[in-house]
Design a protein around this ligand. Structure first.
Ligand code: ATP
Length: 453
């Protein structure tokens, strides 16, 4: 954690996530399963909006990328060839005093002596390698021959399907294959809410190219990915690019950037952008005995393409979006007295609910009927929420707290009772400025669609 204010902010965020149905501890009524999280009604919308926007930006709006959706259960040979069976491990240490299981890099050092970060104990076991992959058995026999793994990253199924996809998509280099899906790592210490989980989702692109373009495309994808985060409302000033030093990079990578975000618990990785050379395809070609080469029709050359990989975490990005959006400001209550307002300032593009619709009073049938008509009008375009209970100020506040960017209120003017010129108009309230404007109901879909981006 950074300062006390940062840790308080994080506590407020975690509690809001539970209170309003973004994120719950998995298996909570049984005491919780460490490292696993369930997304509630609002969390699932936020997550879906993020994934849909990633897919739109990375696949649909480009003509050089196609998608795939691979299996989670993975053949052991795939992960042997990729190096995961041998090498996908963290050095692990136990503290004999408090029995904590620790990652070697979490130990603290005082006067050159390693100590347990929990109890300060110095009685530590030797480091041993702990493989992070979840192993399971396929079929009835639970022996060596039936071992399969839950994939630790989505990338390997892309490499293994490279040839099939190349043939069916008829793409020429450079081109990419994108995938969004679950990955599993038996992390030694899941922590910082959803930041480090044992089950999480990744959004990965493998962008294949000729070897001489690798370094240039690494730069290109780093910039593209920074733009992406800005387009979903993460300010550039909170993003940092770390050039991973030679000694920390995977041995096959010629360059890796980590895109980091300033979480309340510190600056941490959101995404890795790595130039992985031809390592993965070469390994799979060697191990499977099947050619994974590309034939360049112009130069008549045959070679294994190189690859640049932007690999982002869905859960980490969702957490960054919530941390970035969380704000407290002041707003008047029903009696005009200023009170603290909690507001999630999500970019409208990723906000779980886009627009809330309120009849001013719930016991006035014509107001309720009109509000429901508006819900029908808007709900084919976006996710809307109808709320008739409580004072209107309270209803606004409830929506502010979950980040709904727009609120539409049906009042007596909508019914044309005071001024016929205002018939079929409503107030449209903006979450951030709290300003209201009067707009015609028929214009609402176009106005909102434009502002949602
Ligand atoms: P870290 O160093 O934080 O363990 P990593 O460098 O091992 O991450 P990669 O293998 O590069 O991560 O995975 C790509 C992305 O997948 C990460 O940038 C992150 O967003 C996400 N990710 C990886 N491990 C986890 C995890 N345990 N929980 C949530 N997201 C994860």
């Amino acid at each position: 954690m950074n300062s006390k204010a940062d840790s308080e902010r994080m506590e407020k965020i975690v509690s809001l996530c539970k209170r309003r149905g973004f994120i719950f501890q998995s298996s909570e009524i049984y005491g919780g399963l460490n490292g696993a999280w369930d997304y509630g009604p609002l969390g699932v919308e936020l997550k879906r909006n993020l994934k849909d926007y990633w897919w739109r930006a990375m696949v649909h709006e480009r003509d050089d990328v196609v998608g795939m959706d691979g299996a989670i259960l993975t053949h052991p040979e795939v992960l042997r060839a990729s190096g995961h069976v041998e090498g996908f491990s963290d050095p692990m240490i136990d503290c004999r005093s408090c029995k904590a299981h620790l990652r070697f890099d979490q130990l603290i050092e005082k006067k050159g002596v390693k100590q347990c970060p929990n109890c300060g104990g110095k009685d530590l076991t030797e480091a041993r390698q702990f493989n992070l992959m979840f192993e399971t058995h396929v079929g009835a026999a639970a022996d060596e021959s039936s071992i399969a793994y839950l994939r630790p990253e989505t990338a390997q199924s892309i490499f293994v399907q490279f040839k099939n996809i190349l043939e069916v998509s008829r793409k020429k280099l450079p081109f990419g294959i994108a995938q969004i899906g679950k990955a599993f790592r038996n992390e030694i210490n899941p922590r910082n809410f959803t930041f480090r989980s044992r089950e999480f989702e990744q959004m990965e692109l493998e962008y294949f190219c000729r070897p001489e373009r690798g370094m240039e495309l690494l730069e290109y994808w780093k910039e593209e990915r920074l733009k992406f985060y800005e387009n979903i409302g993460i300010s550039r000033s909170k993003l940092h690019v770390l050039t991973v030093p030679d000694e920390e990079r995977a041995f096959y990578s010629k360059g890796t950037y980590d895109i980091e975000y300033e979480f309340p618990f510190g600056r941490q990785e959101l995404e890795g952008v790595a130039y992985r050379t031809d390592y993965d395809l070469s390994q799979h070609q060697k191990a499977s005995g099947k050619s994974l080469e590309y034939f360049d029709e112009e130069t008549k050359q045959k070679f294994i393409p190189h690859v640049v990989e932007p690999s982002a975490g869905v859960d980490r990005t969702v957490l960054a979006l919530i941390c970035e959006a969380y704000a407290e400001d002041e707003a008047p209550d029903e009696k005009g007295k200023m009170e603290t307002r909690i507001v999630l300032r999500f970019h409208p593009r990723i906000a779980p609910i886009k627009c809330a619709v309120f009849p001013l009073l719930k016991n006035k049938e014509p107001l309720v009927a009109k509000a429901k008509e508006i819900v029908d009008l808007l709900s084919t375009h976006m996710y809307v929420f109808y709320d008739e209970s409580g004072a209107i100020g309270r209803r606004y506040r409830r929506q502010d707290e979950i980040g709904t960017p727009f609120g539409v209120t049906v009042d007596f003017e909508t019914l044309g009772e005071k001024d016929p010129a205002l018939r079929d108009t409503v107030t449209l309230r903006d979450r951030d400025s709290m300003k209201q404007e009067r707009v015609a109901i028929r214009d609402l879909p176009a106005i909102l669609r434009e502002r949602l981006g």
